[in-house]
Design a protein around this ligand. Structure first.
Ligand SMILES: C[S@@+](CC[C@H](N)C(=O)[O-])C[C@H]1O[C@@H](n2cnc3c(N)ncnc32)[C@H](O)[C@@H]1O
Length: 233
């Protein structure tokens, strides 16, 4: 197995959440509410090209995000360093490869669709860049790298993060790291490795539709996550 750069605090946090919520609940992966997960899953599935596999969920946790593909008979690979996460994802039907997102155990140009959800906010910029380079390496031509991460500067996110951080301290839960990644940063890393931006948006925590454009001023107030679809030419 490749070197696993496991962060002990993060591992401890997921151990706590998984013991509390079980294998098939998105809250075991850090989602505060199941309906946020469902909304973000809808957004991911709306752009995923189901005719162009193989499919990989990087930092898959319990592997729930692409679970609907399993019902259609697709094989879905899941990559995570967390041992219990891998066990949960395998029980949920994914084909698991335990390993590191910064050194993916896949050959060059072998995957059609890669998704990565709620992972980048735990990573500093250097690691984020490294992850996007790895994604570009393992994607086939015409393949997509689909990334979703928290809009850490939006008012609603800042407010809820402060409240939850306080509550977590109070209840003795290990802290999650929190890095901001403005969408311009991700665009820059993508263009360095030749990935083209196919689509980008900000997800909303409530209201309809599920997303709004990045340029909409309200996205800085009620935006939940950034969402970008990158294509390898
Ligand atoms: C917030 S959870 C998200 C899980 C899943 N993507 C979802 O949206 O339901 C982040 C996941 O990233 C995994 N992770 C953190 N660092 C990693 C690394 N270097 N390589 C692989 N997985 C990692 C954690 O173990 C955890 O399962």
């Amino acid at each position: 197995m490749s070197v696993i750069k496991a962060d002990q605090n993060i591992d401890a946090r997921y151990g706590f959440l998984r013991a509390r919520h079980g294998q098939a609940n998105p809250q075991a992966n850090g989602y505060r509410l199941g309906r946020f997960f469902e909304r973000e899953q809808r957004v991911i599935l709306s752009v995923l090209d189901q005719t162009h596999g193989p499919f990989l969920d990087v930092a898959c946790g319990s592997g729930l995000m692409l679970a609907p593909l399993l019902d259609k008979g697709h094989t879905v690979y899941g990559l995570d360093f967390n041992k219990e996460g891998c066990t949960a994802a395998a029980q949920n039907g994914l084909t698991i490869v335990r390993g590191d997102a910064f050194q993916m155990p896949f050959s060059d140009q072998t995957l059609g669709q890669i998704i990565n959800c709620q992972f980048l906010n735990q990573q500093p910029s250097q690691q984020t860049q490294c992850f996007i380079e790895e994604g570009a390496r393992v994607l086939k031509s015409g393949g997509q790298l689909i990334i979703l991460w928290r809009h850490a500067r939006s008012l609603i996110h800042k407010t809820s993060h402060s409240i939850f951080t306080f509550l977590d301290k109070f209840t003795g839960q290990p802290p999650f790291p929190q890095y901001e990644h403005p969408i311009q940063e991700i665009r820059g890393f993508a263009s360095t490795v030749g990935l083209k931006i196919k689509h980008e948006a900000v997800t909303l925590p409530f209201l309809k539709p599920d997303t709004m454009t990045v340029k909409n001023l309200s996205s800085n107030i009620i935006g939940a996550s950034f969402f970008i679809v990158l294509e390898k030419p």
